[in-house]
Write a protein that binds this ligand. Sequence first.
Ligand code: SF4
Length: 194
Amino acid sequence: MARPVSYNLIKKPLEGDISLVEMPDGSMGEGFFATSLDKVIGLARKNSIWPLPFATSCCGIEFMATMGSHYDLGRFGAERVGFSPRQCDLLMVMGTIAKKMGPVVKQVYLQMAEPRWVMAVGACASSGGIFDTYSVLQGIDQVVPVDVYVPGCPPRPEAIIDGVLRIQDLVGKESLRRRNGEHYKALLESYGIQ
Ligand code: SF4
């Protein structure tokens, strides 16, 4: 017997469904709003992240679900995924990374323009996961600096979205020239990156 199929076709009222991005701190008066340039740029950057999905195994499937219509990463302005490092600012490493792949991950990272951020999605990318073996990199932070780790094997799309929101927090508060920060310079130096 055929099972009943239900479709999500109930029209929802738009009112209250659309939320605007948070306004940065500043001064407001009649007909004007003033804030600093770094806050405006932070606002633009955090709501227009271009991810580069570096997916090698099962966690990549969860990312596909995250991009689908149900979870829709586009709600956070990050739907423009790219496979050209020079145009992307968020490297999302998803899946098991063999030691042989380590230099490739690093090369992709180096080809990205500043400012750039890195997210390790899932147990494998964060720590090697269940693959405590001679051939698997025990975390991508052995080759590139990581900004946000997303736990789980695999992480659900909600967890990936939560990771993107954490990245957005960092991006929004970042200085105009991340590369010039002393802490960031020291971090890159520790990875042998000039
Ligand atoms: S963390 Fe789990 S689900 Fe993700 S790539 Fe590793 S084994 Fe697969």
